[in-house]
Design a protein around this ligand. Structure first.
Ligand code: ACK
Length: 459
């Protein structure tokens, strides 16, 4: 009797729980779809309804969320992507005032845009990229692709697209106006004029824009100071999305064996070697941008040839800390330049690191000490002239480790050039500062040997 009562109670309780679970599931599913319907169709689905038409890209990423970038090349008709992602502006709302410079497809101008919401009464400053009259259909499509990409982004550190003019000639792309122009030119023109915290603030902005883009699954492939714009308040914004799919950088691109172009100095080794472009390769480029910013627009790797850059990086050489660069920022650069891409920080963690440094400016006081300068500069000490390990260790004030090297059988300069950080630890050199000092010297030596070899000198 008791067993029957207990069994009945259990059955009733289980049935009751099952009913509650079913009701709860139905309730939440219903609520989810109601919220979805409240948003734009694109928030729930990649289907878009514009002007009563249903348009859709040919492919959609599996599990794509509303925050995923859609490659305009997946559209059968490129014009459709432009209609989808960029607002058409009437040419009569635009006044061109001055030419800022030449772009890949035509002039870049400054001008005014009358904003229609209040009957064209408000005018704002804009930048206007024009397409050269008489350009081919392919050039027109390539030109407008940038607008289809930019139109998908909305972030304070990513250049904002106002819209496009495609229904009249010249075809134009209208973006927000950035008073101080491109970051590299701006820094060169203002050498030494900023406080470190201002420079770090610029880097924080760039990292934040890149975090947003990487979270949208967008890989830039050409992040460099020349492709960052600066406004009057020193806010930095990522620009230049025209080259992001197929690198065609006119000034920096070096041809690969497969006919693509790669801005070598800014590009991660795996992207150069086998075209593995990812957000982690964008992080490498961000490290180079940090170096450009902290050195006020100096050219990375100075006047080295692209081949010298590739060879030196492969051998472990890394750019030295710029003058007066905080140690913490140089460490961040070195982290971005980890050979193994999975060991590099993400943009999210870079933003966190920079935020912490900005919140506690004292952490920026310590200046990187391991500044070795350009080992290929005419006045750089010749690191290839040492006849013995002892002579070399004496020159860098590390003679205390002579025995460690000898015990490990590293008794010639040929062996020294091949030494790695791991080996240093194994031979008992565990102080990070000393490891850095020794490795900097080894890297300078490697760079000079590479340069001498490429110039045909016997070393
Ligand atoms: O270094 P700059 O002054 O900044 O010269 C180049 C020139 O146009 C050709 O690209 C400038 N530029 C490009 N986009 C913008 C923009 N949105 N706002 C202001 N200047 C821009 C760039």
């Amino acid at each position: 009797m008791q067993v029957r009562i207990i069994a009945t109670v259990i059955v009733v309780v289980v049935m009751f729980l099952v009913v509650i679970i079913i009701v709860a599931v139905l309730f939440f599913r219903r609520r989810g779809s109601d919220e979805c319907n409240k948003k734009q169709p694109s928030d729930c689905d990649t289907l878009e309804y514009r002007n009563g038409e249903v348009t859709t890209p040919l492919f959609t990423a599996v599990g794509a969320s509303s925050r995923t970038y859609i490659d305009p090349h997946t559209y059968e008709d490129p014009n459709q992507a432009v209609r989808e992602f960029a607002r058409e502006i009437d040419a009569s709302c635009i006044t061109i005032e001055a030419i800022l410079g030449g772009g890949e497809f035509g002039d870049v101008c400054r001008g005014k845009l009358k904003l229609p919401p209040d009957g064209c009464r408000t005018e704002i400053d804009v930048a206007i990229k024009t397409l050269k009259p008489g350009s081919s259909d392919k050039a027109r499509n390539d030109f407008l692709t940038e607008a289809s990409i930019m139109g998908q982004f909305e972030h304070p550190n990513v250049i904002f697209l106002q819209g496009v003019v495609t229904k009249s000639n010249p075809v134009m792309i209208i973006t927000e106006y950035m008073e101080n122009g491109s970051l590299d030119t701006f820094l060169r023109a203002n050498d030494g004029k900023f406080q470190v915290i201002q420079l770090v603030g610029m880097l924080r902005g760039i990292a934040s824009g890149m975090q947003y883009l990487s979270e949208m699954n967008y890989v830039h492939r050409d992040l460099a100071a020349r492709n960052v714009l600066v406004n009057a308040q020193l806010v930095c914004k990522i620009a230049d999305f025209g080259l992001s799919r197929e690198i065609e950088s006119t000034t920096e691109g070096a041809y690969t064996t497969r006919g693509g172009k790669i801005p070598v100095r800014w590009t991660a080794p795996e992207a150069i070697a086998f075209r593995k472009f990812t957000s982690a390769s964008d992080v490498w480029s961000f490290g180079i941008v940090c170096w450009e910013v902290m050195s006020y627009g100096e050219r990375p790797y100075w006047n080295w040839s692209n081949q010298d850059v590739i060879k030196s990086i492969e051998k472990g050489y890394r750019l030295p800390a710029p003058m007066d660069c905080p140690e913490a920022i140089y460490q961040l650069m070195l982290d971005c330049w980890q050979k193994e891409r999975t060991h590099r920080p993400t943009f999210a963690s870079i933003v966190k690191t920079l935020d912490k440094l900005i919140r506690c400016p004292d952490t920026l006081r310590k200046i990187a000490q391991n500044r070795t300068g350009n080992p290929l500069a005419p006045d750089a000490p010749d690191m290839t002239q040492f006849n013995s390990v002892e002579e070399w260790l004496n020159s860098i004030k590390m003679a205390r480790y002579l025995e460690n090297f000898e015990r490990a059988g590293i008794t010639s300069m040929d062996a020294v050039v091949r030494v790695t950080v791991k080996e240093l630890t194994a031979l008992g050199i565990t102080l990070v500062g000393h490891q850095k000092k020794i490795m900097n010297s080894v890297q300078a030596m490697r760079a000079q040997i590479t340069a001498n070899l490429s110039e045909g000198f016997l070393v």
